[in-house]
Unconditional design. Structure first.
Length: 363
């Protein structure tokens, strides 16, 4: 830590009303930071505490962070040792003074009135989480995927959230509300009282796990059908599987995320066949990640990847979940059969073909 870190004795007792703590993990993001930080400086809502967690960057990210902290006392720099975005967010939350938390990725940026719109809806609705719409920035601007479920702004009760969660489990790659934790306001009191943290061991699905843990204590959610977040999408074909060379297991964080989803449904609903719905989602995510994994097969790593597919096919959780998988539409029907028969080589080759077809345009 360093002397630009915000200081307080007890965040539970000293949270500042109306102060929004914006939390940004920073790792080798030098080329994106000016646009990100300028979007915060220019916010129409001025009551901000901006926590920049430089997580062991080796480029000039630290210099950019300190430059903004030197010019604007709302910016604070915290230095950590390359522990990952989840741990970086946890560190910032422990040092934040705001009554509301907003997470922002260092390569993304906000429209000028984003935080003002979110805070206004938070104050009006008293919902414990306020989610804004976002756009994905690639070669062109793309819609978020929320439009099918949220054609207009909407206040969701606990029952509504349970219904959405069940829809998410049926089509986890089509229901993005709980996939991200950026672009939304969280009630910091709930996070502090229940010690809700990101799982630092995860490199994928840590946002999903965090959201479902938080939802256990939320009284409702308001969805704002206005864009409050600009999300930069990198080359999916490369970035989605970039972890496999060092630790392929990091692609499978959904295991822990779905445990939290199960726990949320167990505390929030009755009459739901939770094991069936979570089991179906588990196989959906297994197929999605296997496609990403096998899309990276080459002569140097194929033995390792085939071995990993074999381990997955033989895992107890996959074996139990396969009986609950109920494909519809374009959902994969071949891969689950190959996994059930433990035909790892064939499953890997089918997933490799799917990856080439899906990512051939680099999208």
């Amino acid at each position: 830590m360093n002397n630009t870190e915000p200081k307080h004795d007890d965040p539970n007792n000293h949270a500042t009303a109306n102060l929004v703590s914006v939390i940004i993990p920073v790792y080798n993001s030098e080329q994106y930071l000016v646009k990100c930080f300028d979007s915060l400086q220019n916010q129409s809502y001025r009551q901000l505490e901006i926590l920049l967690v430089n997580d062991g960057s080796t480029d000039k990210s630290e210099d950019v962070c300190r430059s903004y902290a030197g010019k604007d006392n709302r910016f604070h720099v915290i230095t950590t040792e390359n522990s990952g975005p989840a741990a970086a967010r946890n560190t910032a939350m422990k040092n934040a003074r705001g009554s509301l938390f907003l997470f922002l990725d260092a390569d993304d940026y906000l429209p000028v009135n984003a935080i003002e719109m979110l805070v206004r809806r938070y104050q009006e609705t008293k919902a414990d989480i306020v989610v804004g719409d976002f756009v994905k920035l690639t070669d062109s601007v793309q819609k978020s995927g929320h439009e099918a479920y949220f054609p207009e702004s909407r206040l969701m009760s606990k029952d509504d959230l349970v219904a959405y969660t069940r829809s998410y489990l049926q089509k986890p790659n089509r229901m993005p509300l709980f996939v991200y934790s950026w672009g939304r306001l969280f009630n910091a009191k709930i996070i502090r009282e229940h010690n809700i943290l990101y799982n630092p061991d995860l490199r994928t699905f840590e946002d999903v796990a965090f959201n479902f843990e938080y939802l256990k204590y939320a009284n409702g959610l308001f969805f704002l059908n206005q864009v409050v977040y600009n999300h930069l999408v990198h080359d999916n074909y490369l970035s989605a599987s970039m972890a496999i060379l060092n630790n392929p297991q990091k692609l499978f964080g959904y295991h822990y995320a779905l445990i939290n989803a199960r726990n949320y449904l167990q505390t929030s609903s009755t009459g739901v066949d939770i094991e069936k719905e979570v089991g179906h989602a588990y196989i959906c995510y297994t197929i999605i990640q296997l496609v990403r994994l096998c899309g990276q097969i080459n002569k140097h790593n194929k033995k390792m990847i085939y071995g990993l597919v074999g381990e997955i096919a033989g895992s107890e959780t996959v074996r139990k979940s396969l009986k609950y998988y109920s494909p519809s539409g374009k959902d994969s029907k071949v891969v689950p059969v190959l996994l059930r028969w433990k035909l790892a080589w064939f499953a890997a080759r089918v997933c490799q073909y799917k990856a080439r077809k899906r990512y051939k345009s680099g999208k």
